[in-house]
Design a protein around this ligand. Structure first.
Ligand code: GLN
Length: 331
């Protein structure tokens, strides 16, 4: 039988670590709040007019504990962070082999919105750049645009744990200004990589980018991925367990645009960012992290977000290849 003193000592230690995490988040928030480097995305007014001071960090463990600081309730559009979830839906609906014929898994070294396909296979390089994301979005099943949109929203609901909605003015702006995305879709149509309903696919892609979330939602979504697809709050399975490794692998190699290499070197965790200023980070079997701060660097990643993740990874030994630390001891 377990010694009661030992059990008490372990739970005291756990409580201390948990209190340590909350105060570390508070310190990070205080430290990086004055950092004003970077610029707001300005290709549409909905992103250009955001308050650059907004800043929030949220961590959710796989057992549903939440730690947060800052403007964690503030809503923003999910933008490119949506891509990994839609990739998961495409995998569930079509299987790995079919999806691989439509989109690759190679990092590109090009900008996320480059009008480029793999020369030999004519596939988009990966599902995290716009070309790949438009291809996976075009795979969503449904008998028409409404059914496809509802199926996508339902998928996001499973990860987030509550109903979500599309911000109409962002959607309209994305649609009006989305000439590069339209060019990418035409290029893929030319090579037979997507079917002819490209306007429908593009609308759905613009809608997925315009879904409203807050920083806490990002943490819950990340924690769901960290928890083998099971939402830690609602206990609903958001995606089949067998596809988690596909999603996390692609996030790991392609999730942070042209910063992906430096990111895995320093932070060492699967992640995805968006031009909204959000970053979602998965610590497998341990926790999900969401950071939101809309000032972006030249790669399109949140400046404060990167700093916060670097420090969190270092402090708690979260880097997947860090042999000197065992992160699970800490939480
Ligand atoms: N809506 C944006 C686009 O398609 C999403 C880009 C992003 O977050 N990187 O260009």
């Amino acid at each position: 039988m377990e010694n009661q003193d030992d059990t008490e000592a372990v739970s005291n230690q756990e409580n201390a670590v948990r209190a340590g995490l909350q105060s570390f988040l508070n310190d990070l928030h205080l430290k990086y709040k004055p950092l004003r480097d970077g610029a707001l995305a300005n290709y549409i007014p909905e992103l250009a007019k955001v308050n650059p001071d907004l800043f929030s960090i949220c961590v959710m463990t796989v057992d549903g504990q939440i730690y947060k600081v800052g403007d964690e309730d503030r809503l923003f559009t999910i933008q490119s962070i949506s891509k990994l979830f839609v990739y998961g839906l495409a995998l569930e609906e079509h299987g790995r082999d079919y999806v691989l014929t439509k989109v690759g898994v190679e990092p590109t070294g090009d900008a996320f919105n480059a009008i480029v396909l793999d020369q030999r296979s004519k596939r988009p390089y990966n599902p995290m750049v716009n070309a790949g994301a438009i291809a996976t979005t075009s795979l969503i099943k449904g008998s028409g645009p409404t059914e496809r949109l509802n199926s996508m929203l339902e998928m996001f609901r499973r990860y987030i744990g509550h109903d979500i909605f599309v911000d109409i003015s962002t959607f309209m702006s994305e649609r009006t200004t989305g000439h590069r995305n339209r060019a990418i879709a035409h290029l893929m149509l030319n090579f037979g990589m997507i079917d002819e309903k490209i306007d429908e696919a593009l609308d759905l892609y613009f809608q997925q980018c315009s879904i409203m979330v807050n920083c806490q939602d990002l943490a819950v979504m990340a924690a769901t991925l960290a928890n083998k697809g099971l939402n830690p709050i609602t206990k609903e399975q958001a995606i089949k367990k067998c596809y988690i490794k596909d999603i996390l692998s692609v996030m790991y190699t392609c999730g942070m645009y042209n910063f992906a290499g430096e990111w895995v070197y320093k932070v060492g965790l699967p992640a995805k960012s968006g031009v909204c200023g959000g970053i979602i980070v998965v610590v497998p079997n341990l926790m999900g992290i969401g950071v939101y701060s809309p000032l972006l660097d030249t790669n399109g990643n949140s400046v404060r977000g990167i700093k916060v993740c670097e420090e969190l990874s270092q402090k708690f030994g979260l880097h997947l290849f860090d042999c000197s630390m065992n992160a699970s001891k800490f939480l």
